[in-house]
Design a protein around this ligand. Structure first.
Ligand SMILES: Cc1cc2nc3c(=O)[nH]c(=O)nc-3n(C[C@H](O)[C@H](O)[C@H](O)COP(=O)(O)OP(=O)(O)OC[C@H]3O[C@@H](n4cnc5c(N)ncnc54)[C@H](O)[C@@H]3O)c2cc1C
Length: 419
């Protein structure tokens, strides 16, 4: 094979939700391009991807518009999402629906890749891109195996992606630190919410009550199996984020997915080791973090200053920037795919590939407005880290928070342009 003759119109680097969504949307709005799309994926499906797998309704809306039913993927539905500070706070429910659908990413991405292939789009697995060189009339993409030439390239290669590093080597990078742990379903969560709120009087650094077995035996059960929890008690200790605890499944066995997210917005301050607040929170429920394997991965988050495109190259998903507030990125990845597909389709119509207007398109879209709102809110609430403020915020300002969440943060999927 002549290694320099491989030419495609659209080369997508990375077969995660953002890359697959770009291809699926392109197939819908510019079907003539579908046979000329190639996705390069460095792993083989079903490939592991560190992620809690929480899908908000916006993700489901975007998938439905593509004619896809995510219920085909094994999942667990959380009835409500709790945003707590020391065990109490906001409760988000969606009338007659689940609040969060939790999938495993190896299964979800494999399913999405199958759907993409069924539409005739080629995905090449186990191809790792090493370099991306935009030129005036094409983009040269070097992989370990061969060299590809494409009209345009979509960088969908995630938070540590090579595309962004090649195109914007000096652009500032904003990343969150994230750790994740899978544990079996634990006893206390099977119980209904218990009445006394003993744990809410517990303060970080106190002797950890769960260690004496009381909480593990269910005496102070505070959690329901069917709920997803975000606990913001690490914020006063300069961890600008939260500990999560989601219901999930592994091979159809009920499990819990725990983790800690830190935007790094308070990186200049003295902080405990990242795993410490996670260990303390898990210990409240009788679980010893040391018994489980901890995995970590960064999340690159959206900033209004970050570049998103260069001539013939555009970025989607984490490569462009996920949600800074909570580190949510699956729905965003799907949304970026919808916007990139429209931009690409119009560029081919005009035969002009500067992608000058791509960032404007993203920022003005419902997705961009939600990302901006989340960026703004993260910069407001995490630096105001004092215990009293966080207490007021999560416990006393519920109506205001729910209003802000409904208007600025959630429900953007419905407002995305129709296909
Ligand atoms: C611990 C953790 C928990 C999270 N929990 C949630 C959650 O509950 N809900 C949520 O919405 N978001 C969550 N996120 C964020 C979410 O995982 C990401 O936002 C999402 O995966 C972004 O999708 P993407 O397609 O942009 O990138 P990815 O999913 O990272 O996909 C990138 C793809 O590119 C491939 N690739 C990378 N480099 C190359 C290369 N050089 N050549 C070829 N292929 C390459 C990778 O193998 C991968 O398949 C979490 C993230 C972490 C780290």
């Amino acid at each position: 094979m002549d290694v320099d003759s491989l030419k495609h119109d659209v080369l997508i680097i990375g077969g995660g939700p953002s890359g697959l969504s770009t291809a699926l949307h392109l197939q819908r709005i510019a079907p003539h391009l579908a046979p000329r799309i190639l996705i390069l994926e460095k792993a083989r499906y079903p490939r592991p991807k560190l992620c809690a797998g929480g899908l908000v309704l916006d993700a489901e809306i975007l998938l439905q518009r593509l004619g896809l039913d995510v219920r085909e993927v094994p999942h667990v539905d959380a009835k409500s999402i709790k945003f707590d500070f020391y065990g109490r706070g906001l409760n988000i429910r969606v009338p007659r629906k689940h609040a969060l659908r939790v999938i495993r990413r190896d299964e979800f991405d494999n399913w999405l890749a199958e759907k993409t292939r069924e539409l005739g789009i080629e995905i090449r697995e186990e191809v790792t891109v090493k370099n991306v060189f935009p030129q005036t009339d094409k983009v040269v993409v070097e992989t370990e195996q061969e060299t590809f030439h494409a009209q345009i390239v979509v960088g969908a290669d995630g938070s540590n992606g090579i595309t962004r590093r090649c195109i914007f080597p000096n652009a500032p990078v904003h990343t969150a630190r994230v750790l994740e742990v899978l544990t079996p379903e634990y006893n206390v969560i099977a119980r209904k919410r218990a009445k006394p709120d003993e744990a809410s009087s517990w303060r970080r650094g106190d002797t950890i009550p769960a260690m004496n077995g009381e909480i593990a035996s269910g005496k102070n059960a505070l959690r329901n199996y069917g709920d997803a929890y975000f606990e913001f008690s690490p914020v006063p200790d300069n961890i600008a984020g939260y500990v999560w605890d989601f219901p999930t499944q592994l091979n159809n066995k009920p499990m819990r997915c725990w983790g800690i997210y830190d935007t790094n917005l308070l990186a200049g301050e003295k902080r405990p080791q990242l795993k410490r607040p996670l260990a303390e929170e898990m210990a409240r429920f009788g679980i010893d973090l040391n018994d489980y394997e901890i995995k970590g991965y960064p999340i690159r988050w959206f900033s209004p200053q970050s570049p998103m495109s260069a001539s013939r190259v555009l970025l989607v998903g984490d490569a462009a920037g996920a949600d800074p507030l909570l580190g949510e990125g699956i729905s965003m990845a799907l949304g970026y795919g919808a916007l990139a597909a429209r931009e690409i389709s119009e560029s081919f119509q005009r035969n002009e590939f500067s992608f000058n207007g791509y960032k404007r398109r993203v920022v003005r879209s419902a997705l961009g407005q939600s990302l901006f709102a989340r960026w703004f809110i993260a910069h407001m609430i995490y630096p105001l880290k004092w215990r009293w403020f966080q207490f007021l915020l999560w416990r006393m300002m519920k109506p205001l928070l729910i209003l802000i969440a409904r208007v600025f943060v959630l429900n953007w999927g419905k407002r995305m342009p129709a296909l």
